[in-house]
Design a binder for this molecule. Structure first.
Ligand code: FE2
Length: 265
């Protein structure tokens, strides 16, 4: 099964700008840095990388899961760091809904970030990372022309489960990874940001080489070009999104122990 988002690689117009935001303001450890690339490690199992590019920027959307009991503290820390929290049209900052809370903000490239907490997520399973108490990367946004077709690919290839299903929006969920799949015509909340398709490489952590081989067989059957290494690595492109599956040691029972929907083993 797919257990989590292991890595996200985005383009940037400024390595230094990303460093000032993610290292200085978010306090994410830098794990590697070169002239044209920088990588941060917000949690033990997730790496966020930026590569300098001359392509025009199309901002991404990602959401970090934090403990429900720490949500107000996390919001205070963001404010103390001088991070501008985005407002809804009625002026409020926190999105308070039936099962959770969320706040939104942006990095220097305009990527739309979110801190989200859910009351049903068990808090004694994963040790929070850093002073922003991050449990894991919950969401990556995949704006697409046809979200029905793209989400069905994720269901067929990865055994993902769908939630919040409508014609122009859906979640595709595997483990702790929530692919947010809106139609490009739908705008990102809370600032009505146009949902462009970012240039990105998304690496999913996988629990076994057998699973990777199964996905490879499905790609073969559908004649999707791909690169594969037998020791646990698969790369392919789907509707312009670059996707990698890689074998990791993320504990396979964590999503179920966190009490995440669709994860009961
Ligand atoms: Fe989100």
């Amino acid at each position: 099964m797919i257990t989590h988002f292991a890595k996200l690689e985005l383009n940037t117009v400024s390595i230094e700008g990303m460093k000032q935001f993610y290292q200085d303001q978010m306090h994410f450890p830098v794990v590697s840095e070169s002239q044209d690339e920088i990588s941060f490690q917000p949690t033990e199992y997730f790496t966020l990388s930026f590569k300098e590019s001359e392509e025009s920027m199309r901002p991404a959307h990602i959401a970090f899961q934090v403990p429900f009991s720490e949500f107000e503290h996390v919001v205070d820390v963001l404010k103390e760091r001088g991070i501008t929290l985005l407002k809804w049209s009625d002026g409020r900052i926190v999105n308070d809904y039936s099962t959770g809370k969320a706040v939104y903000f942006r990095d220097g490239d305009g990527n739309l970030l979110e801190m989200i907490a859910h009351s049903y997520v068990k808090e004694d399973i994963v040790t929070p990372s850093g002073d922003l108490k991050i449990l894991y990367l919950r969401e990556i946004g995949f704006p697409i022309d046809d979200c029905i077709v793209f989400s069905e690919w994720m269901v067929q290839l990865f055994d993902f489960k769908l939630a919040s299903v409508s014609d122009d929006f859906r979640f595709a969920i595997g483990g702790t990874a929530h692919a947010v799949i809106p139609s490009k015509k739908r705008k990102w909340i809370p600032i009505a940001m146009t949902a462009l398709q970012p240039s990105m490489i998304v690496t999913f952590g996988v629990s076994s080489t057998v699973f990777i081989q199964e996905v490879k067989s499905k790609l073969d059957a559908k004649a999707v070009p791909h690169e594969w290494k037998e020791d646990g690595w698969l790369y392919f492109t789907l509707h312009g999104y670059h996707i990698v599956l890689t074998l990791t040691n993320f504990p396979v029972d964590v999503p179920a122990r966190l009490n995440l929907p669709f994860s009961i083993m």
